[in-house]
Design a protein around this ligand. Structure first.
Ligand SMILES: Nc1nc2c(ncn2[C@@H]2O[C@H](COP(=O)(O)OP(=O)(O)O)[C@@H](O)[C@H]2O)c(=O)[nH]1
Ligand SMILES: [Mg+2]
Length: 375
């Protein structure tokens, strides 16, 4: 290695080998969503490559909005290792006083509705207005698909290059409960780091909508016209979760159809209970591609936010969400503990067989399992 060329300028000229330091071209950032921040690998032969951070260093780094440390902190709280978990919880505990100051927005809609394109358009718009945006994904299927947002990062290319934005793929771990816990904690880390708009994208299938609804202030349902309600999987239940419906792709030939769909949805919404006390859910149109309507929907979200802050509904909602979170963690713990219980494991197969063959009723089977568990 040509030392004189590689030697960084902070190294004293007469530095001996104990100070051997060289800068090498790094890989392009991106594993943590921080595309565009080319990382620089610093090789120090005698020192371990990455110093383990202490709790204080994590906390200070997040509060200073150090993107690298924000990403590492999220990795820490996402980790399933017990040592990481304990440390992550301590970091979170210290960050809690600095959280809560963001607009938390959930975005759902069938795959292909344009969620990622919309998030990029809205995100860039908000960055220009001086906001700091964090984009998270909740995708419990990502263990299988390796994370849908990975593909989306190419779609959010401009936003992922913007230093005012931070994009984080879905934690890839099994159950929806596990993914949800990590996403909630990630929201808190991002808030403590000063991100004031949090956008949470769901995959738009299964139970993830309800879960994301339970962690955001405002829930946005993205639709497309002409797909048919059943095709979009839009059950009345999902419409009832939404604070706004947004018919996307209102551009080109599709414009008129999108406007007609908006009118239809507005009629349908008339008969539904609102998702948020004191707020009327309405339908809007936009084009994530041209940017038309993006400003309007942001104004809707801002009005919503102002209104429910003043009425106290936001505070009540967040308190309830925090309690829901507590109990969902308790449930998760009990479920894991039950299914990992050795005694339960030893009788489960027999009991299951007896139930399916009609030898014992389900109620009795449940009681036998619980009795075994409670020892
Ligand atoms: N014409 C048009 N196409 C769009 C618009 N928004 C998204 N698309 C396209 O729709 C496809 C799916 O978009 P994507 O953002 O990946 O959808 P997601 O699966 O909901 O995240 C992509 O090919 C986008 O380019 C829009 O407003 N107008
Ligand atoms: Mg997407």
């Amino acid at each position: 290695m040509n030392d004189s060329n590689q030697r960084p300028d902070w190294v004293p000229l007469n530095a001996g080998s104990a100070f051997t330091t060289s800068v090498m071209a790094g890989v392009d950032g991106g594993h943590d969503g921080l595309r565009g921040q080319a990382s620089v690998a610093v090789s120090r032969p005698t020192i371990p490559r990455r110093k383990r951070l202490t709790v204080d260093e994590y906390v200070a780094g997040v509060l200073a909005s150090d993107r690298n440390i924000v990403a590492q902190t999220i990795t820490l709280v996402e980790s399933n290792a017990q040592a990481h978990f304990d440390m992550g919880q301590e970091v979170l505990r210290q960050l809690i006083p600095y959280t809560g100051n963001s607009v938390r927005i959930g975005i759902t809609g069938v795959p292909g509705a344009g969620k990622s394109t919309f998030i990029e358009a809205l995100g860039l718009h908000l960055c220009e207005q001086g906001h700091k945006i964090a984009v998270l994904a909740v995708d419990p299927s990502s263990t299988v698909t390796r994370g849908s947002i990975l593909g989306d990062k190419t779609r959010m290319e401009l936003l992922s290059r913007d230093l005012r934005a931070f994009i984080r793929p879905s934690p890839s771990s099994g159950t929806l409960g596990g993914v949800a816990r990590k996403s909630r904690e990630t929201i808190l880390v991002c808030e403590a780091a000063g991100f004031d708009v949090i956008l949470v994208e769901t995959v738009g299938v299964g139970q993830s909508e309800t879960t994301v609804r339970s962690m955001v202030d405002f829930f946005l349902l993205l639709m497309i016209s002409g797909a048919g309600d059943e095709l979009q999987g839009i059950k009345k239940g999902i419409m009832e979760l939404a604070d706004a419906l947004l018919v996307n792709k209102a551009d080109g030939d599709n414009r008129l159809r999108a406007h007609a769909a908006r009118a239809d949805y507005n009629r349908a919404l008339h008969y539904l209970a609102p998702a948020t006390e004191g707020w009327r859910t309405k339908a809007y149109t936009c084009s994530a591609l041209t940017g038309e309507g993006i400003n309007t929907i942001w104004n809707v979200i801002s009005d919503f936010r102002q209104q429910i802050t003043a009425s106290g509904v936001l505070e009540k909602r967040r308190q309830r969400q925090t309690l829901d979170w507590v109990y969902s963690m308790v449930e998760e713990h009990l479920r894991t503990s039950f299914f990992n219980h050795a005694g339960v494991g030893s009788i489960r197969a027999d009991i299951e067989e007896a139930v399916v063959n009609g030898h014992i009723p389900p109620t009795v089977a449940a009681q036998m399992l619980i009795k075994k568990y409670e020892g």
